[in-house]
Design a protein around this ligand. Structure first.
Ligand code: AHR
Length: 501
């Protein structure tokens, strides 16, 4: 196979990585909350019912911002049901997932969970703009953030939370372009309510950061027109527009699936173009950034049948995809796509955190374990902090049904504050190893600290309850840095992290 090459130069950069790029998402969906994050009585649970084994894995994963409480769930969310004494909280139908919500875990428990993770964990709260509107959004904001001396802030203190929650980042609804969404709207309808909600939230606190809903996917019929209309209404009041994307192989087409990041990168670039077009129309100097607040590999085609068969159970097993090595390589490539656009993608949330299309799985009353997808995320969060260097690859290609001729190599590189550089690279070739050479001019790098690989002779291998440690990253052999040139061989179908000092 021909050698893939690129050059790194400290003078050519993309932008600084915002730690919020390593966010995740906890929705009241299936077992993400109940028996996922929260399981009173579990052997590792603390007095508040948070599972200690999950907390440890969340910390190891390196998650920062955590979006909550949905997702589709938020479009029927009554925040006031989720606060106050747990025994008084009402049980409600959740229309989004045909389940019953006990409200046993609510707003205060979410904030407590984040505080237990540590200072790196930041709330990202969504308000309901499906069945509700401006009034309920500002009531929630007052309850959560106002220090004291008003009915709602004093109610929070009465509920045991004297200190305000300090939620800075807010989503103005969820996927309201989607006909499946409770309270689905046209772009004009959503743009108006989002603008008025944003304006009112800023009256309470000009320091809030707001995310307007973009399209639920690039393939939505209204894509781009939706963003343009919504942004014309909201441009002055919001900071971000959201993007959502999930990938799975269709009709067994694994080669196209491996190139999913091609779609993700074009989605990002098209949304940036649309934001800047509206900015130009409005003669604004302000730039709107991108919040890729739902992204993952999701075998979504299996989900509809699962949901429609439900008869309002509590916390059923739902969307519990088990991820293979192939899925983890695709997820790594999606992380590379996000990093390559770190100048404009300033928030991203892996959907979701536990059990529901998640990197962490649990068994009720039993253990928690890492899925294959856990590893690329944890490594990117750990080593992908700093400045993204501009990477333009010269790579052998392969043919894909969906994206035509596609590079076999997908890569990015991040330079830490200490001058170390980490190369993240995926070899999309299923059958052959890919030789790689990187010219490192001017970076002052002299040694390879580590070359870690996620690959397996069986690309379908996965971690399960029975075999939780089946797939783990392993060290690569033969990676060398000599005379300012890095040489490595990337195993077939592999995710690679090459750390240079
Ligand atoms: O993450 C699962 C679901 O996917 C979310 O609830 C929704 O926003 C999206 O369609």
């Amino acid at each position: 196979m021909r050698t893939a090459r690129f050059t790194l130069d400290p003078a050519f950069t993309v932008g600084e990585v915002n730690p919020r790029l390593f966010g995740s998402f906890v929705e009241h969906l299936g077992r993400c909350v109940y028996t996922g994050v929260f399981e009173p009585g579990h052997p590792t649970a603390d007095p508040e019912g948070i599972r200690g084994d999950v907390l440890d894995l969340v910390r190891e994963l390196g998650v920062t911002t955590i979006r909550y409480p949905g997702g589709n769930f938020v479009s029927g969310y009554r925040w006031e049901d989720s606060v106050g004494p747990a025994e008084n909280r009402p049980r409600r139908l959740d229309l989004a997932w045909r389940t019953t919500e006990s409200n046993r875990f609510g707003l205060s428990e979410y904030i407590a969970f984040l505080r237990k993770i540590g200072p790196q964990a930041e709330p990202m709260m969504a308000v309901n703009l499906g069945t509700r509107g401006v009034a309920e959004a500002i009531q929630l904001q007052e309850y959560a953030n106002h220090p004291s001396g008003t009915a709602l802030s004093d109610l929070r203190a009465e509920h045991g939370d004297k200190d305000p929650f300090g939620i800075r980042l807010w989503c103005l609804g969820n996927e309201l372009d989607g006909p499946w969404q409770t309270g689905h709207k046209t772009a004009e309808e959503y743009g108006r309510v989002a603008a008025e909600t944003a304006r009112a939230m800023r009256q309470i606190d000009p320091g809030v950061e707001l995310v307007a809903c973009g399209s639920s996917g690039q393939s939505m019929e209204t894509f781009a027109a939706w963003e343009a209309t919504v942004l014309k209404e909201t441009y002055d009041f919001v900071d971000h527009i959201s993007l959502h994307a999930y990938y799975e192989p269709h009709d067994g087409d694994v080669d196209s699936f491996l190139a999913s990041a091609v779609d993700m990168e074009s989605f990002i670039e098209n949304v940036v173009a649309t934001c800047d077009h509206v900015g130009a129309l409005l003669k604004s100097k302000k730039k709107i950034n991108l919040s890729f607040d739902e992204w993952n590999v999701w075998y979504m085609s299996r989900a509809d049948a699962q949901v429609s068969a439900l008869d309002w159970p509590e916390a059923p097993r739902l969307l519990e995809d088990s991820y293979s090595v192939t899925d983890a390589v695709v997820l790594g490539s999606l992380l590379i796509a996000l990093l390559r656009h770190a100048d404009r993608v300033t928030v991203a949330c892996l959907a979701q955190l536990v059990n529901v299309i998640a990197p962490i799985m649990t068994e009720p009353g039993g253990p928690a374990w890492r899925q294959t997808t856990f590893f690329p995320f944890a490594q990117a969060s750990r080593y992908g902090r700093g400045e993204v260097l501009d990477v333009r690859v010269d790579s052998p290609t392969y043919r894909t049904e969906k994206y035509g001729e596609t590079d076999l190599l997908h890569a990015t590189a991040v330079r830490g504050q200490d001058g170390t550089v980490t190369v993240f690279a995926v070899n999309r070739c299923r059958t052959g190893a890919l030789p790689l050479e990187v010219a490192l001019g001017g970076l002052g790098l002299t040694s390879v600290v580590e070359h870690s690989v996620l690959a397996d002779a069986d690309p379908g291998a996965r971690n399960t309850l029975a075999e939780p440690g089946r797939v783990v990253p392993h060290p690569a052999e033969g990676t060398v840095l000599e005379d300012g040139r890095l040489s490595a061989v990337l195993e077939p179908l592999s995710w690679n992290v090459i750390r240079l000092a």
